[in-house]
Write a protein that binds this ligand. Sequence first.
Ligand SMILES: [Zn+2]
Length: 277
Amino acid sequence: MMNIIQKIVPESRSCRLKRAMIPRYITIHNTANTSRGANALAHANYLLSGNSKIVGWHYTVDDKNIVQHIPTNEMAFHAGDGRYGTGNTQSIGIEICQNADGNYAKAESNAIDLVIYLMKKHNISIERVVPHKHWSGKQCPRKILDRWPAFINEVKRRMAAKVQPKTQAKVETVVTRYKIQRGDTLSEIAVRHGVELADLLKANSQIKNPSLIYVGQLIVIPKGKPTHKDYTIKAGDTLWGIATANKISVDKLMKANPQIKNASLIRPGDVIKIPLN
Ligand SMILES: [Zn+2]
């Protein structure tokens, strides 16, 4: 089983060019980072951090994981052939890790599985699986260039042998950051973002005492499934009426809206949270 972890970088990062692409090529890279720990998840975190600026690519592969960063229907700057270059505008970029604490041969083997999966999915022929060097002349993928024909032959061999593993994509949601504002409490923040307080605390293990948070402190908000929907109070609404219409108790509605101190003091135009279950 080949698992693809989708840690899609938020659109707010500049490596997300948000320009549509129909993938017609696959470009192979080596990360050129031999540090211990420079694996696929570390590269995912690098792109998530925004430190790569406008540079991005679609997948990073190591000996254990295949991680996707950018949707395959969106272009990314990885080929070094310019803003309108074919490599940048029409190719899916795959980085193969060289971290010293990883098994490089296994990483490359996983990348071959991914290449075959993407060729089939996007109807890309083997002639269009190319090294980064093809686009820009850069000596990349450094660990494969010398034996590029053998790399391509291995892709062909596996396709012919139909030994391609089943693929399964696992979406791993990306956390967002939040800066503590005056008057915030962690339980209110949890409610506002539709996450459980326990999950919020788990994601912020640096907070030893939940009641000791300070203004300006950065915390991460794990993405939960929506547990609330917004509702705008209309003239004539009562909390009891809203609770009944949504088949929940007034107590539960009050708990979901700690900003309401008095059940009879709601004003038209106020937005409240309605728990979904
Ligand atoms: Zn490269």
